[in-house]
Design a protein around this ligand. Sequence first.
Ligand SMILES: [Zn+2]
Length: 188
Amino acid sequence: MCFLPLFKPQPRHPLVDGPVPSIQEPTISTPVFKSDFKFSGKSKTKLATVQKDLQDVANRAIELTVQDFGITEGIRTVERQRFLVQQGRSQTMNSRHITGHAIDVLAYNGSKHSWELPYYLLVANAFVWAAYEVGVPIRWGGSWSTLDIRACRVKDDPGETMMELYRRTRQRQGRKTFIDAVHFEIPR
Ligand SMILES: [Zn+2]
């Protein structure tokens, strides 16, 4: 859940200069803003292994993003998932990767990749608006408590906002946080 007020009645798209319609009325909008970023052949190959809806969202996100990123992982075998859990890099054998409902991204700064969190908050911003435009629910590993990131269409930095909400929620519950900011999935 996103408890922050959405900007109504005339929220502004952070990347496209125009009013944002409500979540109940998805529209196929004409892309006004277009980034110069494109997926590499390797990213496209990874993306092709997952569900079409998720591909559509990622393909729109790369057009909307102000932060370059690639796709490093799509569908996963049960064996690989077991390996990642054993290594502590994943928490569950019930991963959405196994069924082709999840992707992992990698942020790029020029030709170099980076694991620094701020880059991933920017990528998450793009996914919020891409999911909204394409009309597909998306859950992000930077805020597990947000079941559909489209609910957090706040004007500035929805990625940062969602992560903060998640951290506070877990703190209140006295539970540990597990931030997996590279991960985006279609929720169950
Ligand atoms: Zn993942």
